[in-house]
Design a protein around this ligand. Structure first.
Ligand SMILES: [Zn+2]
Length: 122
């Protein structure tokens, strides 16, 4: 997830936002993925759709372990489908959306969703 990591030392103590791997709990730098699950796309479901928080993992072993956890926590037979994106692409889109409101997109439709947080958080 995105978390604040406390830092001490000059010039001053601060809290630093960072991507932290939801499997090994180490900082993800450059090479990583974001992954989440959604029920968007089910035929005949009027919504609002369900969506999970966005999780973060290192590419490779951590990413595969996170996928297993998501599929166990948000099962396919309950309508969930897991998705992922490259961390760099995620950051670029997030930065774009910081200054571009969805309501200003005359051609797109943005669908509401209900956030589903598991009782057990990694
Ligand atoms: Zn990791």
């Amino acid at each position: 997830m995105i978390e604040y990591v406390a830092r001490s030392g000059p010039p001053e103590a601060m809290n630093c936002p960072a991507f932290v791997c939801d499997i090994c709990r180490k900082q993800v730098v450059s090479e990583g993925i974001v992954t989440w699950a959604t029920t968007i796309g089910r035929d005949g479901d009027p919504g609002p759709h369900r969506q999970t928080p966005v999780y973060v993992a290192h590419k490779g072993r951590c990413g595969r372990a996170l996928e297993v956890w998501i599929e166990r926590t948000y099962p396919l037979d309950d309508g969930w489908a897991d998705l992922w994106d490259d961390l760099g692409d995620f950051v670029r889109q997030l930065a774009y959306n910081l200054t571009h409101a969805f309501e200003d997109d005359a051609e797109g439709t943005y669908h509401p969703h209900r956030l589903v947080v598991p009782k057990e958080i990694r």
